[in-house]
Ligand binder design. Structure first.
Ligand SMILES: Cc1cc2nc3c(=O)[nH]c(=O)nc-3n(C[C@H](O)[C@H](O)[C@H](O)COP(=O)(O)OP(=O)(O)OC[C@H]3O[C@@H](n4cnc5c(N)ncnc54)[C@H](O)[C@@H]3O)c2cc1C
Length: 396
């Protein structure tokens, strides 16, 4: 007997967690994850496609996100990295754009402050950041510096008495059209090292322009930033951000988050494709009754679950303080490669309806492209891993 769409969610494995990884969480974490899932089903999923189509960020969601209290689950709330990862996957499953908004505000921006600010700076800034009264962005990439930004940061910082003068351009900076603050990474003209600065976006000389016409993560507001003689008081120079090695401490953790996003994106494709295959009839039978269609659904599931397995172990290593840069790099490269395969299969299962956003899958398919490229492209993460296993760098 075939399942009806109404009965789909009562089938075993309906959540896609085929090997019950969630059981590795404490009971408290499992309950909290369920609470967050309910929130996402109520507040995020219903608005996701409409925001994406319009290319607008739902500003009225921010107080609701603040209330559910998602920021800094590991450092502040004491949860495991596994919990943080599964939450990030669920956020992505609901909407990759909202997950990216949080990935920027929490992982990249808050992560920069938590890892690289002094205690005095943290005490001054973090309460408003955790409460989402101040929204942040992370400015590293530049128009001429993408994959090579580590050695190629062109934005400059010049010490001038009790202040720093920043000049340059940044590209792709998420949240920056409306954020209160942005951490800008700039090269110190004195010692040629990359340093970090908390820049108030209302300062004279700072401007951010929305990047239009994106085909991916359309709800995320990415900006081109220009800094023209922006004067930043010395207190706003991140005390421990003194070289690109320091920036990498932030990126190692956020790369792990993006790999979890690739898990969530595949689960999203699985959700939509599975219900469509059960509901849609061709030749007088549900698509799911055809062996070739079942085979495709199982391919998505296998991709998602193998990605999840890798991420569960990496998160455990991170919890033990043992995760290495190259392990995050392989995880990001592998899971996003599987993700691209999964969303393409999912799109195919929906036939023509897979290319219109009304059915959900087209957005999932398109959003995967940005996830594939940001936080280190597939090639760069492959080369970081290749360097680790051969001892030879092929990056430059
Ligand atoms: C939606 C979105 C959001 C983003 N948000 C932010 C943000 O908030 N803050 C921020 O700072 N940045 C952000 N980025 C920037 C992102 O991190 C960069 O796009 C990424 O690092 C790649 O840089 P690039 O786009 O300049 O590509 P390029 O570096 O120009 O690369 C182009 C192609 O060449 C390949 N390539 C480059 N060098 C090599 C090599 N040595 N060997 C083999 N292949 C190579 C790349 O893999 C890629 O396929 C965002 C990007 C996107 C798309």
């Amino acid at each position: 007997m075939s399942a009806t769409p109404a009965g789909l969610n009562t089938l075993p494995y309906a959540d896609g967690d085929f090997f019950a990884f969630e059981q590795l969480l404490t009971q408290k974490e499992q309950d909290r994850l369920a609470e967050i899932r309910d929130f996402l089903a109520r507040e995020v999923k219903p608005i996701a496609v409409d925001c994406w189509n319009r290319g607008e960020f739902p500003m009225d969601l921010i107080p609701k996100l603040a209330e559910i209290d998602l920021i800094s689950p590991v450092r502040r709330q004491g949860h495991s990295n596994l919990f943080a990862g599964l939450v990030h996957a669920e956020l992505t499953r609901a909407d990759a754009s909202i997950a990216t908004f949080l990935g920027v505000h929490d992982g990249l921006f808050t992560g920069s402050i938590e890892a690289l600010a002094s205690q005095e700076q943290k005490d001054a800034w973090l309460p408003d950041i955790y409460a989402m009264k101040k929204i942040g962005a992370f400015g590293l990439t530049e128009p001429l510096g993408g994959s090579d930004v580590a050695g190629g940061t062109r934005t400059t910082a010049r010490r001038d008495g009790d202040s720093w003068i920043l000049n340059g351009e940044k590209r792709w900076i998420g949240n920056a059209t409306f954020s209160d603050w942005v951490v800008i990474y700039a090269r110190d003209l004195d010692d040629n090292k990359v340093k970090g600065f908390l820049v108030d976006t209302s300062l004279p000389g700072y401007s951010a322009t929305k990047i239009e016409n994106k085909i991916s993560l359309r709800t995320v507001q990415n900006a081109d930033i220009t800094l023209t003689n922006v004067v930043v008081p010395d207190f706003f120079k991140l005390a421990h951000a003194n070289s690109f090695r320091d920036v990498n401490k932030v990126l190692k953790v956020t790369r792990l988050g993006v790999a979890w996003q690739a898990v969530g994106q595949q689960l999203a494709a699985f959700d939509v494709a599975r219900s469509y295959a059960v509901e849609r009839q061709q030749f007088g039978r549900p698509l799911a009754s055809f062996q070739l269609v079942q085979s495709q659904l199982v391919s998505i599931l296998g991709n998602a679950v193998s990605s999840m397995g890798m991420m569960v172990r990496l998160s455990q290593l991170e919890d033990a303080g043992q995760a290495k840069d190259e392990q995050s790099a392989l995880a990001k490269a592998f899971t996003t490669e599987r993700m691209r395969d999964s969303v393409a299969i999912g799109r195919n299962i929906l036939g023509g309806n897979g290319i219109v956003t009304d059915y959900g899958m087209a957005k999932i398919f398109a959003d995967a492209e940005a996830i594939y490229s940001y936080e280190g492209t597939h090639e760069i993460n492959t080369l970081v891993t290749g360097r680790a296993v051969t001892g030879i760098s092929a990056i430059v």
